[in-house]
Design a protein around this ligand. Structure first.
Ligand code: URA
Length: 231
C-alpha cells in the first residue's frame, strides 16, 4: 500500500502537489469510491484515474528499435535522447526509465528500456554473458584474420588494460560482418575493429539481445515485454 500522492507522482501523472488537486477534483477512485485524502494509502490495482486503471503500476520493460541520431544518456546536453520517443508520462516516472546498457548515437537497433534497476544490473553484468549480436559494415574489405583476432581473448582496446572477452566475428560479405559480444565496453565493436587494425566501422546495428530480436519493429518504435520476460 502506498500513499495516493506518491503513487500518482511516481507513475508520472503529476507532481505530489498537483495530486492534491486531482484528488480534490474527484478524478481518483479507490475500489470504486471517490478518494478525498491524498495521504490515504491504497493498492495500485484498486486505483482508477478518470475511470482508468493506473498506467503500468508494476513497472515497464520495452524493446525499442533505436534509430540513428539519438543518445541513451538522460543528460540533455548530450543531445536528443531515446526517451523522447516514449509517452510523456513514462518520461516522468520514478524510478526513471533507462536503457539496459547503451548504444552510441551512430548505432541503431535493439535497445531494452526499463525502470527495473535490478534487471539492468543483471542483464549488463559481465557475469551473465548475455550474447549481443551486431551487424557492422567497414570502410574496406574485412581480412579473414580478424576472425581469430576477435576470438583470441587477447584483443585490448585503446586506453584499456584488460583484454576483451573472446568475440565471434562472421564475415558475411566483403565489408560486412556479424559480431557477437558477451560484454559491453564503451563503443566496443568500433574499438575492437580499430584495435585489430581491421577497418573503420561505418554502420553498426544491433540485431539481437540474448534471444530477443526486433522482428518487424520500425526505427523509433517500441513494444512491451512482460516484466518477467527474463525470468
Ligand atoms: N559497440 C559500439 O561501438 N557501439 C555501440 O553502440 C555498441 C557496441
Amino acid at each position: 500500500m502506498r500513499r495516493l500522492d506518491q503513487l500518482l507522482a511516481n507513475l508520472g501523472y503529476c507532481s505530489r502537489r498537483e495530486a492534491r488537486d486531482w484528488v480534490a477534483s474527484g478524478a481518483v477512485t479507490v475500489r470504486g469510491a471517490v478518494a478525498d485524502d491524498v495521504s490515504a494509502k491504497a493498492n495500485s490495482a484498486d486505483i482508477r484515474v478518470d475511470g482508468a486503471p493506473l498506467d503500468h503500476p508494476d513497472g515497464l520493460l520495452l524493446v525499442l528499435h533505436k534509430p540513428l541520431g539519438l543518445v541513451c544518456s538522460h543528460e540533455l546536453r548530450e543531445g536528443p535522447n531515446v526517451y523522447s520517443l516514449l509517452p510523456a508520462r513514462w518520461r516522468r516516472r520514478n524510478p526513471i526509465v533507462t536503457s539496459v546498457g547503451r548504444l552510441d548515437k551512430d548505432t541503431s537497433g535493439l535497445l531494452l528500456l526499463t525502470d527495473q534497476s535490478a534487471l539492468v544490473h543483471r542483464l549488463t553484468s559481465p557475469k551473465h554473458k548475455v550474447p549481443k549480436i551486431y551487424r557492422a559494415t567497414g570502410d574496406r574489405d574485412l581480412a579473414p584474420e580478424l576472425v581469430a583476432r576477435f576470438a583470441s581473448g587477447t584483443l585490448t582496446l585503446d586506453g584499456e588494460t584488460a583484454p576483451c572477452a573472446p568475440a565471434e566475428l562472421k564475415i558475411i560479405s566483403p565489408r560486412e560482418a556479424k559480431v557477437t559480444l558477451t560484454e559491453g565496453k564503451y563503443h566496443q565493436v568500433r574499438r575492437m575493429f580499430a584495435a585489430a587494425g581491421g577497418a573503420t566501422v561505418l554502420t553498426l546495428h544491433r540485431e539481437k539481445f540474448g534471444a530477443l530480436e526486433l522482428d518487424d519493429l520500425a526505427p523509433g518504435a517500441w513494444r512491451e515485454l512482460p516484466l518477467d520476460y527474463f525470468g
